[in-house]
Design a protein around this ligand. Structure first.
Ligand SMILES: N[C@@H](CCC(=O)N[C@@H](CS)C(=O)NCC(=O)O)C(=O)O
Length: 230
């Protein structure tokens, strides 16, 4: 059975949703990133960047065990394993992969920073708030335009590009976004939110996550705990 080492955050939700969409049997193992579980040696052995999610699959390629970190790589792996949510044809496949990379390289990091500077930063730094809120708005605009031309982000079919992007947009309010300003994106978002597998996926471990208020937790996630050599 696949073990998913994770936490109920956008990058974790991507993998939880994909596992649910594919109907794969899995075990969800919490890695409490607010308590520092991501720095435990056994977790670093499979996820050297100290971030969730990671998976282990005893039945990997060639029937041998595999472990993987980076949510985009995990989605591509699960799509390959099941033949779901990544088209087989090269043209369609690369179209999906380019939108997956756009999520991994742009949407995730930039919306994460918008959220950070708007909500978590101890000082409200106007330059940083404007920089990342504007970048969030720009990215929502790119997605909205794409969805005015295509039913799904990756093309004609629902794919791992949609699965990767949706969890990040659930926190639109904290990113300084008004969803109604992006009508094509909003309609797509609501279509995805209605999918039963998505509703199950976003509930995985959801009861474990509390708002980050505690100073110790902030230090683990954003402070010197991150920069100690391990
Ligand atoms: N590019 C990575 C990003 C993963 C990531 O940022 N995970 C966050 C939670 S959403 C995390 O584990 N943070 C803990 C830490 O930075 O110590 C992926 O997509 O898997």
């Amino acid at each position: 059975m696949i073990d998913v080492f994770s936490w109920p955050t956008p990058n974790g939700h991507k993998v939880h949703i994909m596992l649910e969409e594919c109907g794969l049997a899995y075990r969800a193992i919490p890695v409490n990133i607010g308590a520092g579980d991501q720095f435990r040696p056994e977790f670093l052995a499979i996820s050297p960047n100290n971030k969730i999610p990671a998976i282990t699959d005893p039945d990997g390629p060639g029937g041998r065990p595999i472990s993987l970190f980076e949510s985009g790589a995990i989605l591509v792996y699960l799509a390959g394993k099941t033949g779901r949510f990544l088209p087989a044809g090269d043209r369609e496949k690369y179209e999906v992969l380019q939108w997956l990379m756009f999520q991994m390289g742009g949407v995730g990091p930039m919306l994460g920073q918008a959220h950070h500077f708007r909500i978590y930063a101890p000082e409200k730094i106007e330059y940083a708030i404007n920089r990342y809120t504007n970048e969030a708005k720009r990215l929502y605009g790119v997605i909205d335009k794409r969805l005015s031309q295509s039913p799904w982000l990756g093309g004609r079919e629902y794919s791992i590009a949609d699965i990767a992007t949706f969890p990040w947009l659930r926190s639109w309010e904290n990113q300084g976004i008004v969803l109604a300003d992006y009508p094509h994106l909003k309609a797509w978002f609501e279509r995805i939110a209605e999918r039963p597998a998505v509703q199950r996926g976003v509930k995985v471990m959801a009861e474990l996550r509390k708002p980050i208020r505690d100073e110790k937790e902030k230090e683990i996630l954003f402070g010197k705990a991150q920069y100690e050599r391990r």
